[in-house]
Design a binder for this molecule. Structure first.
Ligand SMILES: [Zn+2]
Ligand SMILES: [Zn+2]
Length: 478
């Protein structure tokens, strides 16, 4: 590891009272809904900077902060600062980068941001976290793609950064509707691209020729590298340790991580990062983070050798039992991560599978059935009566197994409901609710209240989804 990125998500709030305290309960954290990294940085930033310098770590700071730099409260008096959408100014997201006033406001507030978080090597002031629909259609913007508009905003902030911190870099985020390379706007000298392929397939390596989704993603990366003038100007932002994307699970990614890192290396990309946003704590030795770090350092790796080494070091006598459990989890997770042509439901996340094409959902239901067997086998492989790291790892497997089985049963319940199989849907829903209860209990026992700003909403969404399926099947929600 040679860098540390303080990813402020959900974004902290500007202008809290000095000494404001983080909410003390899960419910209050959920109602606040925002991050508290600003306050943490105020308290500990100096020490972190000093330590990072001593260890030679590159420091990065930021997140989806762009729209906070053009305050929404200004909409009533300055509507032209905000995107034109379907003929009307819309103050919800991003900004109109053709508006000189909006750019001036962005520059002034970017300067405040850089001053508050002085000393970082890379800054991230990303656009709003949307799959699409947040950019401007005014006369000055309409010919610019979302990627061009986002890069124009990044350039405006980078101009300010160049004056305040020569040598620091600003990231242009290639993500969702800005994943494609820009086509008109060129990056300033201190702007690098950060390629975040969130919608890629994690059942297969990024260069797997049999995975169309990943083939398309890799082509986008190659185009982005060309636009930025070389791989040293592009970094990859991977999701291996992201428990939002993976719906509380921590897939081992035994095969995908080393294969990906070899593929990125072949393109000349030297910077690959591992995002770890999560509604829950990591409990026990974090295989996925260790595996990523090892593969990053060595440019790939052999999963079996590494798994033996990791389990031997962490679990002693129980090493082989844990290695077997990891292998079963790997199989189970990959079955659920394989989406084929299925797109997410409109407005939802990657693993909120849609039902188009219909045969795609049927095939997924078949894989979900297999996945249930492998999650069960993973749980059965675990040794009983262990302590120390082995006990912690058993506790760490629990949310992955519960969340994975919940997701699989939910898919089966939905598929049954769509086929008019009321009874089948009812029995899968009952099991889906049981597994979600197990996950909720684990979360209550292990997660501090701070996780409430992500965890509560994710649990609510899972319950709502089950109610929708129950309604579709003609069952009473419960
Ligand atoms: Zn515009
Ligand atoms: Zn795939």
């Amino acid at each position: 590891m040679n860098g540390l990125f303080f990813h402020d998500t959900p974004p902290s709030r500007w202008g809290r009272e000095p000494g404001a305290r983080r909410p003390a309960t899960r419910e209050a954290a959920a109602a606040d809904g925002r991050g508290w990294l600003f306050e943490l940085w105020d308290a500990e930033g100096d020490a972190i900077r000093t330590e990072a310098r001593a260890l030679g770590l590159r420091l990065e700071f930021g997140g989806h902060h762009l729209s906070a730099l053009v305050p929404r409260e200004r909409f009533a008096e300055q509507p032209e600062w905000f995107p034109l959408r379907r003929g009307r100014r819309d103050g919800r997201f991003n900004l109109c980068t053709s508006s000189a006033g909006a750019r001036a406001e962005l520059r002034a507030n970017a300067a405040r941001f850089f001053a508050r978080f002085a000393g970082a090597d890379v800054y991230h002031l990303w656009a709003d976290d949307l799959r699409g629909g947040g950019w401007c259609e005014c006369g000055g913007c309409v010919r610019l793609s979302p990627s061009d508009q986002a890069l124009r905003a990044a350039n405006a902030a980078a101009e300010v950064l160049g004056g305040m911190a020569p040598g620091a870099r600003l990231a242009h985020l290639a993500y969702h509707d800005t994943l494609a390379r820009p086509g008109k706007v060129r990056p300033l000298e201190n702007v690098d691209a950060l390629w975040a392929p969130r919608a890629r397939c994690y059942a297969h390596a990024i260069d797997d020729p049999g995975c169309q989704r990943n083939r398309e993603h890799l082509q986008e990366l190659e185009r982005l590298i060309a636009w930025f003038g070389g791989p040293e100007r592009v970094r990859v932002f991977e999701y291996y340790s992201d428990s939002i994307l993976f719906k509380w699970m921590a897939p081992p990614h035994l095969e995908v991580v080393p294969a990906d890192l070899r593929a990125y290396g072949r393109l000349g990309v030297r910077g690959v990062q591992d995002l770890a946003v999560t509604p829950r704590p990591w409990w026990g030795p974090t295989w996925h983070a260790w595996w990523f770090a090892r593969c990053a350092r060595e440019g790939g790796g052999n999963p079996e050798t590494a798994l033996s080494a990791f389990c031997g070091a962490a679990f002693g006598d129980a090493a082989e039992a844990f290695a077997a459990a990891f292998r079963e989890l790997e199989t189970a997770c990959r079955l659920l991560l394989e989406r084929g042509e299925l797109e997410p439901r409109r407005g939802y996340d990657v693993l909120d599978y849609g039902d188009t094409p219909r045969e795609g959902l049927r095939a997924l239901a078949g894989r979900a059935r297999d996945a249930l067997n492998h999650f069960g086998a993973a749980a059965r492989a675990l040794p009983l009566g262990v302590g120390g790291e082995a006990l912690a790892q058993t506790e760490e497997f629990a949310p992955t197994v519960a969340a994975g089985m919940h997701l699989a049963e939910r898919v089966l319940a939905w598929d049954a409901a769509l086929h008019g199989d009321r009874e089948g849907s009812a029995s899968h829903l009952a099991l889906a609710r049981l597994h979600l209860r197990a996950l909720t209990d684990w979360y209550h026992a292990h997660a501090s209240p701070a996780f409430g700003n992500l965890g509560e909403g994710m649990l609510d969404a899972a319950r709502r989804r089950m109610d929708e399926i129950a309604a579709l099947a003609g069952l009473t929600a419960g």
